[in-house]
Design a protein around this ligand. Structure first.
Ligand SMILES: NC(=O)C1=CN([C@@H]2O[C@H](COP(=O)(O)OP(=O)(O)OC[C@H]3O[C@@H](n4cnc5c(N)ncnc54)[C@H](O)[C@@H]3O)[C@@H](O)[C@H]2O)C=CC1
Ligand SMILES: NCC(=O)COP(=O)(O)O
Length: 357
């Protein structure tokens, strides 16, 4: 948890990487990013040790891995290896991995890596967790109701509400507090039909509180400026295209402003994402997944980071999915830039939590 005893890392921060869906690109990008960054960060990979060792040897014979069982970890803690090898904590899969082909038999093992990462942060072995993409449908197929890491980690840590935020570096300059575009979501993985009902005065107020607090605490933004999108076309067109803006969103923003939060809007979502608005903002709050993320991904896909705000631990992830199509074609095709960014972002958040506020 934030503020827990620093993990043992021989000088390097220790970060757990859950290696994700084994039939996707998660194992490859985890290994490649962890190896490339091994001198600055001790990335401990959580996944099937034999499968990861085989993948590493096929990717690059220079990559050395040292496997540890969960029992050894629990009994003796994390060994202090140097940067000449990657530590893998063995979370065995059940079924043989066929790249690009999903197998529900492995769903629970993937989930077990998330549980171990949380356990390890609570125990002080790891300072943060970075998650490679998993296949949400496979976890459900394995019999566990699952809509995403975001919701799972909230439940696991007994956190009543968390916020999904993606951030990416733009090519253009002078936008959104420099070159970063941050898009937070008022709702996470919900069917579109359920979105309007989920946006209540209380829920929106709590989302704004979390975005404001975490941008200050974890990103060092002193007074976060949050631009809030409406839900309906043209932000409801004065009530003629929907009343959520008038009845719920504007009152929630007014109440947030009264609490000292710089929340502006609601603005029409289709015109909000322009440099002239974004350059005076630190974050855009979109009302739902596919209102905000396509914009962010269009601008920064492959180098963005997904951050869960409001958790009592640091969790970042990539901006993409399992890319089964690439995995099926073999190793070496996936871009691991987003994974490296996610690790870098976690490192910055670890540093921010240690620095005096
Ligand atoms: N954080 C997580 O665990 C996430 C998991 N997912 C899961 O991934 C599954 C597949 O999602 P899709 O919508 O197909 O998106 P996707 O991101 O897996 O793939 C979309 C396209 O982008 C390409 N692509 C993705 N990552 C790439 C990389 N690192 N390098 C090069 N090309 C890359 C793929 O080849 C594909 O053409 C979903 O069903 C969902 O379960 C999706 C998003 C996040
Ligand atoms: N599109 C982003 C996404 O689906 C991330 O989900 P999560 O697994 O990080 O909750």
């Amino acid at each position: 948890m934030i503020g827990a005893t620093p993990a043992p890392g021989a000088g390097r921060p220790v970060i757990a990487i859950t290696t994700g869906e084994p039939a996707g690109i998660g194992p490859e990008i985890s290994l490649r990013a962890a190896w490339a960054m091994r001198r600055e960060v001790n990335c401990v990979l959580l996944g099937d040790a034999a499968f990861l060792a085989l993948t590493a040897s096929l990717l690059d014979p220079d990559i050395k891995v040292a496997a540890l069982s969960t029992m050894a970890l629990r009994n003796g803690g994390l060994p202090q290896f140097g940067p000449d090898r990657l530590t893998v904590i063995d979370v065995p899969l059940v079924a043989h991995v066929r790249p690009g082909i999903l197998d529900r038999a492995n769903g629970r093992a993937v989930l077990a890596t998330l549980d171990l990462a949380v356990e390890g942060i609570e125990a002080g072995w790891f300072e943060a967790m970075v998650t490679a993409p998993l296949q949400k449908s496979t976890i459900n197929d394995a019999g566990v109701a699952f809509s995403g890491h975001t919701e799972y980690l909230a439940e696991k840590t007994a956190t009543p509400l968390v916020v999904m935020m993606l951030a990416g570096e733009l090519d253009q300059s002078a936008v959104a507090g420099g070159t970063a575009l941050r898009v937070a979501l008022a709702t996470t993985h919900l069917p579109l039909r359920a979105v309007a009902d989920a946006i209540t005065f209380d829920a929106l107020g709590r989302v704004l509180d979390i975005v404001d607090a975490d941008l200050k605490r974890k990103f060092g933004v002193q007074v976060p400026r949050i631009l809030v999108a409406g839900l309906n076309p043209h932000a409801g067109e004065n009530g003629y295209l929907g009343r959520e803006e008038i009845d719920t969103i504007a009152p929630a923003l007014a109440a947030a402003r009264a609490r000292g939060i710089d929340a502006r809007g609601p603005y029409p979502a289709d015109t909000l994402f322009q440099p002239k608005y974004l350059r005076d903002a630190d974050c855009v709050l979109a009302m739902y997944h596919d209102q905000g993320l396509p914009v962010l991904k269009y601008a920064t896909f492959g180098r963005g980071v997904n951050i869960t705000l409001g958790l009592p631990l640091i969790r970042t992830s990539v901006d993409h999915g399992t890319a089964l199509d690439l995995a099926a074609q073999g190793l070496g095709l996936a871009d691991c830039a987003s994974m490296e960014q996610a690790i870098r972002c976690a490192l910055e958040m670890v540093a921010a939590q240690h620095s005096p506020s």
